[in-house]
Design a protein around this ligand. Structure first.
Ligand code: NDP
Length: 253
């Protein structure tokens, strides 16, 4: 029960890593508010799963790229669950595309969802925590892409480096309020975000072969690390990045 009676807010929690993190938080004893985007059915399913675990849950629809969504998510979560102890910035997109003919709109949208969205949401959550006056924990889902490049991800990798940088600066800005800020850098986790990219069996086998632990990651592999960073067990961690990649980054030679 790492998060017993805490209130945890997570963006982009209709599926993938966000969904697994929401459910893990509930398993660890938290009430959970999820931000979802467009998919009301998936949101209702996550809420039901959390309630089955005996915890309270609320879903708030909103596009993280819009500044107003952030205030709305925090306000409605606080109305429903009373406060914010933990905020997880997870929502993200990765529309794979080559560099030389990258459409301006694809670049702009990826920046706005992944980086601006993380900024607006983190800022709104931090303001609520400062108002409460007893600290908090913020965890952002960055990526191994913050450390390495990707041919079809020139618009995406800078956002993930930016998200980690945001956590470092927020750790400095918010330490005086007892708010810890850290990032998690997942390796390749099998979710919808890379389903098409990994649908080629040869590519999937190649990727698995590069991972010392011999398999792609699962959303639950990330959820448990987020729960740890959000918990008091990580009480002296701030501005840190945890790479969760099955050893892939170390396996260069
Ligand atoms: P998924 O595509 O499975 O899930 C992405 C989630 O983000 C969905 O719930 C989606 O909602 C939501 N989302 C997308 N755009 C918005 C928006 N504008 N506003 C609010 N929510 C939005 O991907 P993952 O679970 O894999 O990705 C989660 C995070 O993990 C991302 O930040 C990604 O960059 C990061 N990551 C993933 C890795 C991987 O290998 N899977 C590796 C490293 C990092 P909807 O269902 O409505 O589209």
């Amino acid at each position: 029960m790492l998060l017993e009676n805490k209130v945890v807010l997570i963006t982009g929690a209709s599926r993938g890593i966000g969904r697994a993190t929401a459910i893990e938080a509930a398993r660890q004893g938290a009430d959970v508010a999820i931000n979802t985007f467009r998919d009301a059915e998936a949101a209702a399913d996550v809420v039901a799963e959390i309630e089955r675990l005996g915890r309270r849950a609320v879903a708030v629809d909103g596009d993280v790229a819009l500044p107003d969504s952030a205030a709305d998510f925090i306000d409605r979560s606080v109305q429903a669950l009373g406060r914010v102890d933990v905020f997880v910035s997870n929502a993200g997109i990765c529309p794979f595309h080559a560099f030389l003919d990258m459409p301006v709109e694809t670049l702009r949208r990826t920046m706005e969802v992944n980086l601006h969205g993380a900024y607006f949401m983190t800022q709104a959550a931090a303001n609520q925590m400062v108002k409460q006056g007893d600290g908090g924990a913020i965890v952002a889902i960055s990526s191994i892409s913050a450390l390495v490049g990707g041919e079809m991800q020139t618009h995406y990798t800078p956002t993930k480096a930016g998200v980690h940088s945001l956590m470092q600066s927020c750790a400095v800005a918010l330490g005086q309020y007892g708010i810890r800020c850290n990032s998690v850098l997942p390796g390749t986790i099998a979710t919808d975000i890379n389903k098409d990219d990994l649908s080629d069996p040869a590519k999937r086998t190649y990727m698995e072969g590069r991972i010392p632990l011999g398999r792609l990651g699962r959303p639950e592999d990330i959820a448990s690390v987020v729960a740890f960073l959000a918990s008091d067990m990580a009480g002296y961690m701030s501005g840190a990045a945890l790479l969760v990649d099955g050893g892939a980054f170390a396996n260069f030679q």
